[in-house]
Design a protein around this ligand. Structure first.
Ligand code: NAD
Ligand code: ZN
Length: 373
């Protein structure tokens, strides 16, 4: 049966989200209808709304960092039951495609992400509002009480997991943490630099620390972020605005020739270049984590000829269905921090305030409560 529930619709780019009542179709074969309990607000939501603004990507329901409970399942679904705690995944893991079969990547071929990075949604949707088709952003749409997701993009998690915390493992924290551990493969005793100290960057700091890095240099143009970075393990802080020379030169001077690993967690091609140039020649590795598809980037070829490696990371390189339940368990075992990322708890109706807090840099993560458990 169709169900209805409160939702935030992004009717058009750059406009506030609007609270509406939405009709959500029942789950079809292999699909799961999830009641979302809590969702974080991630910069990628803001990217689609204010920067990417793809003309075919609206109206849509944003949100891709949520956690909830299975409400009902479609035919052929055997591994999920109503009441299970779950996290919807913006990267699927079908287990069958050549990418899932390779240990080298987490880029499943089956989800929306395989060929619609620009539009950031599939054309097919289970949402209707005021008689209009509304798109499902990143295959998840967690700014909605109900959402329908294929079982290849749902992780079943530990029944005692607090949903208003583990929702952050649906995107930001898994992304930054895995970028350090899985993509950069940070080594014990190394020197790391993390550019951008939002939830993604702070999670990268936590990954560097858990990998045994000796020095973790945290870089942000907003100095109010340094205190939090210390909590996650940063050892030094640099504000590019305090220097009238390139930040890469500052880092070379601080580290006798450059850092071993750098992670860009801002989403700016200029910062991506700085992060690469901050690495030491010979073996330095720089990872792109920040999301942008607007501009080309540039660098001098000698940077790579001299032995640096430039790579990127989507969802921290985690195979999503395997990785997320493990991360939830690591949180329950206190190996991964989550509570410290949450600076604001709000309701779904307060989303526009949460968006503004991110724009002004006055939050790390705002978590919105969506439905009662
Ligand atoms: P955020 O807005 O909370 O944090 C960004 C931080 O970068 C802010 O603290 C800001 O002050 C800082 N910053 C801005 N310009 C800077 C500069 N020139 N130098 C240094 N710091 C600067 O965002 P977030 O939610 O942490 O997301 C960070 C990025 O990661 C975004 O681009 C987001 O789209 C991206 N992202 C990527 C993936 C992925 O799978 N690759 C997943 C989630 C998010
Ligand atoms: Zn995100």
């Amino acid at each position: 049966l169709y169900t209805t529930g409160p939702v935030l619709v992004a009717w058009e780019p750059s406009k506030p989200l609007v609270m509406e009542e939405i009709e959500v179709a029942p789950p079809q074969a292999h699909e799961i209808r999830i009641k979302i309990v809590a969702t974080g607000v991630c910069h990628t939501d803001l990217y689609h709304l204010f920067e990417g603004k793809h003309k075919d990507g609206f109206p849509c329901v944003l949100g891709h960092e949520g956690a909830g409970i299975v409400e009902s399942v479609g035919s052929e679904v055997t591994k999920f039951n109503p009441g299970d705690k779950v996290i919807p995944l913006f990267i699927s893991q079908c287990g069958q495609c050549r990418f899932c079969k390779s240990p080298k990547t987490n880029l499943c071929e089956k989800g929306w992400a395989s060929d619609r990075y620009d539009v950031m949604s599939e054309s097919d949707t289970r949402f209707t509002c005021k008689g209009k088709k509304v798109l499902q952003f990143m295959g998840t749409s967690t700014f909605s009480e109900y959402t329908v997701v294929n079982e290849i993009a749902v992780a079943k998690i530990h029944p005692s997991a607090p949903l208003d915390k583990v929702c952050l493992l649906g995107c930001g924290v898994a992304t930054g943490y895995g970028a350090a551990l899985n993509t950069a493969k940070v080594e014990p005793g190394s020197t790391c630099a993390v550019f951008g100290l939002g939830a993604v960057g702070l999670a990268a700091v936590m990954g560097c620390k858990n990998a045994g890095a000796k020095r973790i240099i945290a870089i942000d143009i907003n100095p109010t972020k340094y205190e939090k970075a210390k909590v996650f393990g940063a050892t030094e802080f640099v504000n590019p605005k305090d220097h009238n020379k390139p930040i890469s030169q500052v880092l070379h001077e601080m580290t006798n020739g450059g850092v071993d690993f750098s992670l860009e967690c801002v989403g700016s091609v200029a910062v991506m270049r700085s992060a690469l140039e901050s690495c030491v020649k010979g073996w330095g590795v720089s990872v792109l984590v920040g999301w942008t598809d607007m501009d080309d980037f540039a660098a001098r070829p000698i940077q790579l000829i001299a032995g640096r490696t430039w790579k990127g990371s989507l969802f921290g390189g985690f195979k999503s269905k395997d990785g997320v339940p493990k991360l939830v368990n690591e949180y329950l075992e206190k190996k991964v921090k989550l509570d410290e990322f949450v600076t604001h708890n709000m309701t779904l109706a307060q989303v526009n305030d949460a968006i503004q807090l991110m724009q002004t840099g006055d939050c790390i993560r705002s978590v919105l409560s969506v439905a009662l458990q």
